[in-house]
Design a protein around this ligand. Structure first.
Ligand code: ZN
Ligand code: ZN
Length: 265
């Protein structure tokens, strides 16, 4: 059973292709399930250049997902997902927004440290202004917060802070263990996200070191390409499957109406 739970589309303004083109590529490469999980709307037009508006969600996202589910029901299972943002201060808005739809799952991602979109190539120079050790500490503090807040089902790209190749000089072991203990307690799954292989860091999210910790804590895994173009659906899943065998006992989590279950890969 093979799934891709992390895909985007033109609505977020930094991805190509319609929702249907992502579904069609998933069918072409033989996936059993595709999850459509575009960047969520946020309150007060937060970082609108990289996400859909709430109006677009209601007019151009949700109804299109439902129509595609019906149109392709004999060929593939399509899950209604969303990539949420953990941004301290917005929790109540996010909780209310998420409750308005019958999502299959919501990925919880950290893309911001305070107002800094640290994974946005436009703002990469900030890594040179700040202390990289502090950036990493702050980042994992946010990951912990995203698990504690109870708003999300899957931890998205859980070491995204390495995207451009900046590495801490201090040993992060204690912080990582503390963070993933909180993730374990939350009951969330962690995604193996292959998009890091296509970024300057040239490494999967998470690293094999973190996968070892996840395995030790028996934290469930899911799979996502983070495709921002239809042909990236399922990209590098041969490598990801090997990690699922090695660090996840060959099992991945699937979600229906925000209930998790496990299947063999
Ligand atoms: Zn994106
Ligand atoms: Zn993301």
């Amino acid at each position: 059973m093979l799934i891709d739970y992390h895909t985007h589309n033109y609505l977020c303004k930094h991805a190509d292709g319609t929702l249907e083109e992502y579904v069609q590529h998933a069918i072409k490469i033989g996936l059993n399930e595709i999850g459509l999980a575009d960047h969520t709307p946020m309150p007060d037009n937060w970082d609108l250049p990289v996400r859909m508006t709430e109006i677009q969600f209601w007019n151009d996202y949700a109804p299109v997902v439902f129509a595609l589910q019906e149109k392709y029901k004999d060929q593939i299972t399509i899950k209604f997902g969303l990539e949420g943002d953990f941004l301290p201060g917005t929790e109540q808005w996010v909780k209310e927004f998420n409750a308005k739809s019958d999502f299959d799952y919501i990925i919880g991602s950290v893309h911001y440290l305070d107002t800094w979109g640290f994974d946005d190539p436009h703002f990469v120079a900030n890594y040179d202004v700040k202390d990289v050790n502090e950036i990493y500490t702050d980042y994992y503090d946010h990951i912990k917060g995203s698990a504690e807040c109870g708003l999300f089902d899957i931890v998205g790209h859980c070491d995204l802070v390495k995207k451009f190749g900046h590495r801490p000089s201090k040993n992060m072991e204690e912080i990582l263990r503390e963070t993933f203990k909180v993730v374990k307690a939350s009951g969330m799954a962690v995604e193996i996200n292959t998009s890091g292989l296509r970024k300057p860091v040239k490494e999967m999210y998470p690293s094999e070191h973190i996968l070892g910790i996840l395995s030790e804590y028996a934290i469930p895994l899911t799979l996502g390409s983070d495709a921002h173009t239809p042909t990236d659906v399922g990209r590098d899943f041969d490598i990801a499957k090997g990690y699922v065998e090695k660090y996840g006992r060959g099992k991945i989590s699937v979600f229906t109406k925000r209930e998790r279950s496990e299947v063999n890969i």
